[in-house]
Design a protein around this ligand. Structure first.
Ligand code: HEM
Length: 529
């Protein structure tokens, strides 16, 4: 199964793709030598001992011994599908990205995931879900590496190892495998109150989706689009599922996690196999690219904040249809490598400190997860644009590069000249101003408010949704061993809403504390309500 089992658009070929393991009438070694027997080792006589000289035995077992690669450090559990993205052209005025021009169709590969559980954990646990999309555009790969929740736990990537250490199972007993109900998680999110908003979404029905097909997706950060004239617009990306947003109730999620831990991956694969192709509309919220990158009092560089759709409606820009299951889980779903730095001309990043850290992290982790620097050559990661990168050698190099001078320009092998300049269609970073400033580690003051948007979220819930949130907090905090952690959890809730805090406190049999944040900061601003 090599690259030739993929169509020019990157889809696996054949009706029931890849049902046949390998071609050839005879079983062979990896070197193609025909085998006489693969069930018996070479021995000194029928009763042994086994001979070290048996190359076939050693090749077969050695390969097996190395079949596993490290699972992703986060988002290890996932399921994926191939599909196509068709652009409406409605973003063509704000971005020169070719794949967003009217009517352009682009192959995509999407991987959905939980965040905290290991590769073999259950699907329907309470967690954030990853929603990562690889667009194989004519101008290179664009990855939109998002989640099903529009905000994140932390405002600065330097805390990512900490929040993940806190969320992963306890280091002593490695319990729980894939849920947030434990002391380290609640210790972290109550000590770092910027996590309040994301945690509240997790405790809502959004934390237990009914199906990957019924989840929204969010790019979370603010990105910067640039059009052919060089004009820039700030945007937030949204995926809206055609099937609507649906969740399980907690009891259902418990039952499915036990009875069918593969519930979500089965649902996705079955739907696609049955021809019920899931669809999402991609949309953008747009904001003027002002000097302060604020919108209606909201800091667009703070990944713990949303911009309410009442203030900035989501404008649809294209439709994605997932229409083919992977034919080999390892080759595609496991080896796919997403990266927020995979950008195409017309799409650029902003100074969001979480996004800036992510720009370092993905390539770095994939170097060890996928065994060296050449994982871009794996079929699932290969761009559909021509590659002329001057990168050479390294572990798992599969290309046979020609020419004697792997650098440009050169006067020896007549390779393509290096053309600089905007007219070549090159990726050029927007020459955004970098404010002259002192080096500091402090966060912006505009990152300080951790409670008004959680309060807005709570107030926007229906009575049933509120009941689910109260139940979730009561259950989760009730599972913490440390009294101090429970009490700090209630303090955070008091700062969101007195009624929410009172109900959870009653469930835990503890007194409800008074808010510690001045009420003025707790009330949603008129612009948000
Ligand atoms: C993996 C989303 C923040 C590091 C992933 C994946 C998604 C995702 C969807 C799974 C990709 C896949 O399916 O292969 C997000 C979102 C974030 C965020 C939406 C915040 C808005 C961060 C931060 C860091 C980070 C701050 C580190 C500083 C990683 C790493 C992986 C990963 C190391 C594993 C990648 C791999 O092994 O291929 N993330 N992430 N993420 N993320 Fe993030």
């Amino acid at each position: 199964r090599g690259p030739d089992t993929y169509s020019p658009t990157g889809q696996p070929t054949g009706a029931r793709r890849g049902r046949m393991a390998q071609d050839g009438a005879y079983l062979t070694t990896a070197q193609g030598a025909r085998l006489y027997d693969t069930d018996h080792s070479l021995k000194a006589g029928p009763r042994g001992p086994v001979l070290l000289q048996d190359h076939h035995l050693r090749e077969k077992i050695t390969h097996f011994d190395h079949e596993r690669i490290p699972e992703r450090v986060v988002h290890a559990r996932g399921a994926a599908a191939h599909g196509v993205f068709r652009s409406y052209g409605s973003a063509a005025g704000i971005t020169k990205a070719g794949f967003l021009a009217e009517g352009v169709e682009t192959p995509v590969f999407v991987r959905f995931s939980t965040v905290l559980g290991s590769r073999g954990s259950a699907d329907t646990v309470r967690d954030t879900r990853g929603f990562a999309t690889k667009f194989y555009t004519d101008e290179g790969v664009f990855d939109l590496v998002g989640n099903n929740i529009p905000v994140f736990f932390i405002q600065d990537a330097i805390k990512f190892p900490d929040v993940i250490h806190a969320g992963k199972p306890h280091p002593d007993r490695e319990i729980p495998q894939a849920q947030s109900a434990h002391d380290t998680f609640w210790d972290f999110v109550t000590l770092h109150t910027e996590a309040t908003h994301h945690t509240l979404w997790n405790m809502s029905d959004r934390g237990i989706p009914r199906s990957y097909r019924m989840m929204e997706g969010f790019g979370v950060h603010t990105f910067r689009l640039v059009n052919a004239e060089g004009a820039t617009t700030l945007v937030k990306f949204h995926w809206k599922p055609k099937l609507g947003v649906h969740s399980q109730v907690w009891e259902e999620a418990q039952i499915t996690a036990g009875a069918d831990p593969d519930f979500h991956r089965r649902d996705l694969a079955d739907a696609i196999e049955a021809g019920a192709f899931p669809q999402w509309e991609l949309g953008v919220q747009t904001f003027p690219d002002t000097e302060d990158q604020m919108f209606e009092g909201i800091d667009l560089l703070d990944p713990t904040k949303i911009v309410p759709e009442e203030l900035a409606p989501v404008r649809p820009i294209g439709l994605m249809t997932l229409n083919a299951n992977p034919s080999n889980f390892f080759a595609e779903t496991e080896q796919v490598a997403f990266h927020v730095g995979h950008l195409v001309p017309g799409i650029d990043v902003t100074n969001d400190p979480l996004l800036q850290g992510r720009l370092f992290s993905y390539l770095d982790t994939q170097l060890s997860r996928l065994g060296g620097p050449n994982f871009g050559q794996l079929p699932i990661n290969r761009t559909h644009a021509p590659v002329n990168d001057m990168l050479r050698d390294g572990m798992h190099q599969t290309a046979v590069h020609r020419g004697v001078a792997p650098y440009r320009p050169n006067s020896l092998d007549g390779g393509c000249p290096f053309l600089a300049g905007a007219d070549t269609g090159a990726y050029i970073e927007v020459p955004a101003e970098v404010p002259a400033a002192r080096k500091v580690r402090d966060a912006a003051v505009s990152f300080d408010d951790h409670f008004s948007q959680p309060r807005l979220f709570w107030l926007s819930m229906s009575p049933t949704e509120r009941e689910h949130i109260v139940d979730a907090y009561t259950f989760e905090l009730g599972k913490c061993w440390e009294q101090a952690v429970k009490e700090r959890g209630l303090q955070v809730l008091a700062n969101i809403d007195a009624d929410l805090c009172r109900q959870v406190a009653a469930g835990l049999g503890l007194p409800a504390p008074e808010p510690t944040v001045p009420p003025a900061a707790v009330e949603p601003s008129p612009a948000l309500s």
